[in-house]
Design a protein around this ligand. Structure first.
Ligand code: NAD
Length: 362
């Protein structure tokens, strides 16, 4: 299959691309604008295989998107390109509206035009998979059941509102124009190659430099965590076998408070640096993020029942492996922060002497 993956240089997209290319069954073309979040190193293993190609381009650019569809002629589109960081969406929502909503609109229109050019057989095979987040469902109380595919949308941040809008566009294009779409909404991902502004890599990086570990509020907010490689496996299944017009919730079955997560990271850091004072001493509670959703939890029984998927990795092992991966790849994340200017934003420098008053959450 010829698969067009938007945002394929990002954290989750690159995991999808590695799995698709390694399978040996597909030809993968990545469309990516190479924003600060792009991590070309994460797909280096795909370069030179003859099954991977990068098209640098912005989904906000209608003509560019159309031209890519015309040259690639994909059988399948996996649409992951997005602005993805909630804190950035609060500081500057404009890019989120443009990329997540207008960019998705451009992708849908280009997919429609592409569909028109296909013969009946190719048309019957074509699919458009839109990748979204559980944050569109809003916030849960501690004892509420997890989000299902029919939970009412209730986005509360500029990020989740822009993703919710894109989900609505995708469903509408399926209903109105008969575009063969499938959607998925996933909980928080963690694992190797995540840009070091998100909770887990940020805490590892700061802990490494013995900087304060800023935790919003009292750290009581609850997230469900899924290893990125498990998510990528689910996405590939959904893209190929999910029912058209439907959506699938994907989760890790691993609810943790942010403080639990930071404590676990500190424990792993203590193991690697037993001579250092306990890393927990670095935890510092900071003013909560505005509109901070209290809890996300996912009911992933549908994908388990219909597609036979469930997460393979436990959070305890996955997190310990992730801490070790970041410690073993320190030059990589310091380089990423340097070239993207992200170090200053999160209070980390290559010299490791930054200071941060900002909170951190996923
Ligand atoms: P990311 O921020 O790591 O990567 C996004 C990628 O998209 C980057 O490579 C970036 O260069 C590219 N991109 C951004 N704007 C673009 C544009 N205008 N045109 C083309 N490319 C552009 O994101 P991620 O964490 O890998 O998330 C991927 C998708 O999964 C997103 O749609 C996100 O909403 C969704 N999601 C993420 C999580 C999570 O925990 N990270 C959870 C559920 C769903």
């Amino acid at each position: 299959m010829k698969i067009l993956v938007t945002g394929g240089l990002g954290f989750i997209g690159s995991s999808v691309v590695r799995q698709l290319v390694q399978s040996g069954d597909h030809e993968v073309v990545v469309l990516d604008a190479m924003t600060y979040a792009a991590l070309p190193e994460a797909v280096e293993s795909c370069v030179g295989t003859g099954r991977y190609r990068l098209e640098v381009g912005d989904i906000r650019d209608v003509e560019r998107v159309r031209a890519v569809f015309e040259s690639v002629k994909p059988d399948l589109v996996m649409h992951l390109a997005a602005e993805s960081h909630v804190d950035r969406s609060i500081d500057g929502p404009g890019d989120f509206i443009q990329t997540n909503i207008v960019g998705t609109f451009n992708m849908l229109q280009a997919a429609r035009a592409h569909l028109e050019t296909l013969d009946a057989e190719a048309r019957s095979r074509f699919r458009f998979h839109h990748i979204s987040t559980d944050e569109v469902f809003g916030s849960l109380s501690l004892d509420a059941p997890g989000f299902t595919e029919t939970t009412r949308y209730d986005p509360r941040s500029p990020y989740s509102a822009s993703k919710a809008a894109s989900d609505h566009l995708v469903r509408a294009w399926g209903e109105t124009y008969g575009l063969p779409v499938v959607l998925s909404n996933c909980s928080n991902n963690y694992g190797p190659w995540q840009y070091p502004e998100k909770l887990i890599p940020l805490m590892i990086a700061k802990g490494r430099d013995r900087l304060k570990l800023p935790v919003y509020g009292k750290g009581a907010n609850v997230r469900d965590w899924l290893h990125v490689e498990d998510h990528a496996e689910a996405l590939i299944l959904i893209a190929q076998r999910g029912q058209l017009g439907e959506s699938y919730n994907v989760g890790g079955g691993a609810e943790r408070t942010n403080l639990d997560v930071v404590h676990a990271i500190c424990a792993s850091l203590d193991e690697r640096f037993p001579e250092a004072p306990p890393h927990r001493e670095l935890i510092s509670f900071v003013t909560d993020r505005p509109g901070h959703d209290f809890r996300y939890a996912i009911d992933y029984s549908r994908i388990e029942r219909e597609l036979g998927w469930r997460p393979k990795r436990t959070f305890t092992q996955g997190l310990a492996d992730t801490v070790n991966w970041y410690l073993d790849n320190e030059a990589w994340w310091r380089g990423v922060l340097d070239r993207s200017g992200g170090g200053q934003r999160v209070g980390l420098g290559t010299a490791g002497n930054g200071k941060s008053a900002e909170g951190a959450t996923a």
